[in-house]
Design a protein around this ligand. Sequence first.
Ligand SMILES: [Zn+2]
Length: 342
Amino acid sequence: MARTFPAQDTSASDWLHLLPKVELHCHLEGSMSPSTVKALAAEHQADFSGVWDGAIPDAFSFEDFPDFGRQYLFGLRLLRSDGALVTAIDDLAETLASQNVRHAELTTTAYSHFHGGMSREHYREELDEGRRLAASRGVSIGWVVDIPRDLEMPDSTDTIDFLEGSILPDGIVGIGLGGYEVGFPAAPYAEHFRRGRALGLASLPHAGETEGADSVRQAIDDLGAVRIGHGIRALEDPELVQLIADAGIFCEVCPTSNLLLGVVNDLANHPFQALREAGVKVCLNTDDPGWFDTDLHTELEIGTNVFGLSPADHVELQLDALTASFASDDVKAAVRAELKAL
Ligand SMILES: [Zn+2]
């Protein structure tokens, strides 16, 4: 295994580019770039005056998480014409393939599409078709269908009813819980997650992003989380961090997202390495690459340049992500062999 970045003919950036990669925390609907949002808004003649003044910006910026959520929801609701989801999946898969991402677990918010008028069957068909196109690009996709905690209240069962329908989307691996944690605790969704787990889906909620350690505890105790989206604020409770490390609960860390949404004030202060040093398994992810103008390569470069990761660290993180993924045995064996050969 390479211990240092190769000198001379291969730069650190080139080495990272060639590294076979796994991404576990990326929202399909968060992959839309500003130009895509603009084009879809024009196509649908969507009124954005309550979201942006004057024009849809060329680059997105956010005052805080609720401000991000407001803009994000506007973009999400534009994915409603025939084939729009397929195009979004294929666009994302093209980017993933170009960065040598071999397997990605993508979160998608079914509830919002259903409430935009898309039928359950149509939604499933678009996911299936997009996944086939991604496979033709050499990217294996697993789906995580999430409940938006700040939109779908606990007394709604739309998402879990869909998941309990007779035909699940191909490649679905988990049930998630997304959105703003403040004022929207995880515990009321325990029954939804019990039903999801009964279908064989893994519990993969967000927690410890906009709320602290109690939110992470609820995700583990009430939802049975095996991976946590973000989870970085678990560090506010050392006993909880120990529990996460001992239980092998994996944290999907998203540095640029955390910076842009004010979860950390400076990447230099990001707790990524503190989690690792506490024995928590982690990987680096993009979260919403279109909205945050990032990609997995950029996040890994932050790992090198800010967190001080060596090539051996990067290989270890990819192997850990692969182990924590729900990729097929064939994909796992192939990617593991590629990584071990480095
Ligand atoms: Zn997320």
